[in-house]
Structures are given as structure tokens and as C-alpha cells.
Design a protein. Sequence first.
Length: 455
Amino acid sequence: MKRSSIINNIAYPNVTAEIVAKAIREGIVTFEELCQIPEFSSEKRKQVKEILIGYNAEDTVFKSAQSLSELREFKKKYPNSERIEEVNKEIAKKEKEEEEKRNREIERIENNINNYTPDEVKEILGEVSLKKLCEKLSIDYDIVDKYDEPPLDFNDIIPQEKNDIPSNYTDVFFWGIPSSGKSCALSVILNTINKKYSMDDPDIDKKFGATYRDSLIEIFKYDTGYLPASTNTDRTQYMPFQLKRRKEKNYRKISFFELSGEVFEYFYDIVNMRATHTIPNADIKNEEAHMSLADKKKNQRVRGFKTLNILLNSENQKIHFFFIDYNQAIQKKHEQEKYLKAAATYFRDYNDIFKKKTIAVYVVVTKADEIKEKNKTNVAKSFLYENFGDFMDRVQIRCEKNSINFTVKIFSIGEVMFSKICKINREYAVDIIEELLESVKPFEEENWITKLLKR
């Protein structure tokens, strides 16, 4: 409405308080000059003033509305605002920017998926974008959303003396520094045995490691599971069981022995005279209640080392798996190298494991999915000799000298996502299981004729 029309018709009902307030807001007239007109009633003045106050509040809210949520709040509060069209355009623009930002974040996370834990991904992306990412990765959203690190139930009972070791078993040792992938590899191997082979409890009185073994199996019961935390210092586990292919007649008697990485590090202390290789005969476990945390950890390491020596000196035949993390070649190369080298020295000078019924030694490069070349095994061998050549040379020479099978293998637990979640790949586990089945002879039960002849 023109200025003259408002001034000349201010008293008429068709010149509403809203029209007057809008004209004042747009600078067509001022409130002060309208107040000089007698026909501008006090009632209309009051209405115009209230509308102007509302405009001022709206202007303040609009000017401060920068984010998408603030613009949406403005639209909700002022649905009839003259600025609605402008606000809608700004909302659409910001929604597009937010969508582009989310897509960039999804792409960044997807390209570096193991740099983020499930909780971090949820916080960065929010529910909608996380669902979109899970759909793209073909992983159940609920698995990521309800992530909870699996607990491992450990057995306190481990062999305390030579007589505790069951005879006629093949003891399979799993060596490696902390975070080398032993526990994860074991969980996949044991779960695959449980799913594709026949496993039976050992024919012995003491139930070594059954609880721990079952908790490892449970991790991947749905083929997608949450990765366990690193094994604690005192968690050296001995797990005997019987194994055969399905439809085979006789079982093999096998014991898995997982050493915590800290026990493996103890070789370095012994070789460098920081600790004695003489193992005390005292009941170390019962003394721990009165020790400091540092002394307790030290004694727990000695306990594990004591069990290790009992097993190494038993009459059972032995197989050794040394796990080396391909992904830690740069970050922990020096750490892995010095402990492996010290272990090789210990085996040679203090406890020649290769003379004591060892039938096979495997050096296993874990996280083989990180190897992008086609011939992964050849790449793994080059990696080992380039980074840990001294260890490889020492072990291979000892194996050749004692006619022991020495083999390099690669291993992957499967596709790891969000640092903590894995889609299991059984290919590598089956390969190791079949190696064990070929290396270990089935144990034939005595028939009545054999028993009679022994009398």
C-alpha cells in the first residue's frame, strides 16, 4: 500500500494494524508520524505496537538462526512469517550441505573403516547415516548399534607339574607378542572346528581350558562377531581336546597352548639377563594376595613361563605356530623383531625345543587381508625375511638340522570393520586345521585282542 493511502485512510477498517505495521517495517511510514494523525486511534496504535514488537522478536530470531535446527525452529515458531520462503530455501540448502557432509564422512569412514570403533561411528554419523553405511557394507545395523565387547572366560587350572600333562597328545603352541592376533586366530580356528569338524572333550580327569575354549568358540557363532580384547598377562591357557574329520573313525588327541604375549616377551628378559630362566618350585599363585601390582604381574609372567617349560619338556610331540602381525610391520617392527630374536636365542641356548619331539614349525603372517598382491604367500615370505630375517634364518636352520617341517603361512580372521567387528572367513582356519589333521596321527582305540595280549 502506498504511503498516501495509509495516511489518508488510517481510520478505515480495511487499513488493518497488520498493514500499518508492515508499512512501518518496510520504511514506507514511521510510527511517530502516524501518531500525529488524530484518526490513528489508540486501539489501533496498541495493535500496531504489539505487531512491531513481534516483528522485532522475529527479526532477532531470524538473524540468529544459523544452523539447520535453528532454521527449523524458526519455521515452527513463525509459520506465517514473510520470510518463510527464504527460510525454506535456506533449509533446503543446508539439508543438501548436511547430506553431502554425511556422504563424505561415510566415504572417509568406509575407506578407513578400521580407524573407528562402533561407538565412534555412531557418534560421527548418527542413526540414519550409520544405517545407510551398514546397508552398503552388507552388515546388520543391530550388530554395530548394539556392539558390546565379548568377555572371555578363563580357566585358572593349568598344568602345575609334569604328571599333569596328558600323554599321547600333540601339544600345539601359539606364540606371538601382545596384539599379534593369536586369540582372534584361535577363536576362528576353534569355531571352525566346532562347525565343520568333530570335536570331543579330552579323555582326562582335569578339564584344562574347557571354559576358555568354549568362550572362544562362542565369539563367532553367527559368522559375524565382536573381537575380544588382548589376552592378559596371567592368561596362559592349556586346552586339550580330541579332533577328527566328520565320518572319520578315530580322533587325534591335540592340546592348544596359548601363551600371553607378555610371557613371550619374558624370553627377552632371560636372554638379556634381566631375569633368571630357573623356575621356582613354590606355589606362586597363593603368594600373590600380598604383592604389589607390579610384583603380581611379574609373578603371573613367571607362572606362565613355568607352565611353558613343563610342556616344552614333556614327552608329547609338538607343533609350533609363530604369529607375526603384517599390519604392525612399521608400527611395531622393532618390538616384534627383538622379541622374536630373543625367543630364537632361548630355544637354542636354554631349551632346544626342536630336539624335543617337534614335528612342525609354522610362521604365520596374520592380517593377510592387508596384503593386496595376488600371491599373498610369496609377499608374506618376502615380508618375513626383509623384516625378521635373523629370526627366520635361525629357526629354519634348526628345523632343517632336525628334519622338522618348516612352513610359512598366511592367516586372516576375515573382514574386520569398525576396528572391533569381523565377518569370519574360514578359508585360512580350514587350512591350518587340515595341516594339523595331516601332521597328527589318529589315536586308535585298543580292541579286546590288543588288551588281552598286554596282560
